[in-house]
Design a protein around this ligand. Sequence first.
Ligand code: ZN
Ligand code: ZN
Length: 363
Amino acid sequence: MLTSPIEIQREITTQRMLFQGPNKPHTNHIEQVPLSLSDGEILVKLTLATICGSDLHTYEGRRGCATPAVLGHEGVGIVQSVGDGADESLIGKRVTWTLTDTCGCCKPCTEWNIPQKCDHLFKYGHSQLSEGNGFNGCFASHITLRKGTHLVVIPDTLPDNFVVPANCALATMVAVIEPISQNPVPAKKIMIQGAGLLGVYGSALLKHYGVEEIWVTDVIQDRLDLVAEFGAKTILSSELHTLDRSSFDAVIEVAGVSQIIADGLKLLRPGGMYIWAGMVHDQTPLDILGVDIVKGCVNVIGLHNYSAEHLDQGIVFLDQTKDQFPWDKLVSIPLKLSELDKAIKLTQQRKWHRVSVSPNSCQ
Ligand SMILES: [Zn+2]
Ligand SMILES: [Zn+2]
């Protein structure tokens, strides 16, 4: 049954951890609010959220953000109510959602098929508190999803901790490997540069899709040991020179370090594909020769974020591989939402790919 605006006016108890500026403690804001939903909006009661690397960029001051704000964009939760025009059958369903809201009308959304670059893009967890009804990030008890946000109902077979980073890292990696899978010449040997969460998902996806030889390189041995459990052969970056040059059909950069691009080019065979997805900040000058791209006939592709179908594919992939890979090793056991600052410190220690908070635990 559609929840009428009058019913939605009832007061609910909410909690938000308000970001107050780089390296400052969050403010634990608990209040009774009459949550009103606009047409097409969906209210989700969050059950689990994780701290992404980009949250850390904001918290540590490398990425600008107006304050106060509610950070956090990786989350899962239960649909609590919907505004007029939204799908009422979603009420009570466990869902995740695209981390961006798009207009569906502009050229990037329609003609160019790159909705993640929508002219009117809204990103959850990166916006001012004054945007919408103020529930626009995942480090909170509730989040209001806008009309243009794509929701995915999560199969009951998948626990929250398997799914929670899917709407960021996993969906991005599904988008990253898409050009490889669409290439008429099948890739048999692929190198992933970077054994962070993107590298883990990349390895598992390529394994699942039948790529014969998947390599992951990094500077951290512990990360390589873990990604080996997701289908990859591993090698420290300092040992890359021992591999055959010009022998890889594709190389994927997800490390965010531009100095490794020259190494990747050496590994690529003529006509190979080089996908760049990790260099999302300004400190990425390139020291390579154009001739190596031209005479190597290298197909260079840059990718950022993803579109709705990639999240759909990611959830299907997780369900198909839930018993194949140790997904439970990626996300920490949850801390309380009120312990967000402690969870951020844990994230800074890099022992987990993701540290989680439970948004509706005891306040
Ligand atoms: Zn993220
Ligand atoms: Zn648009």
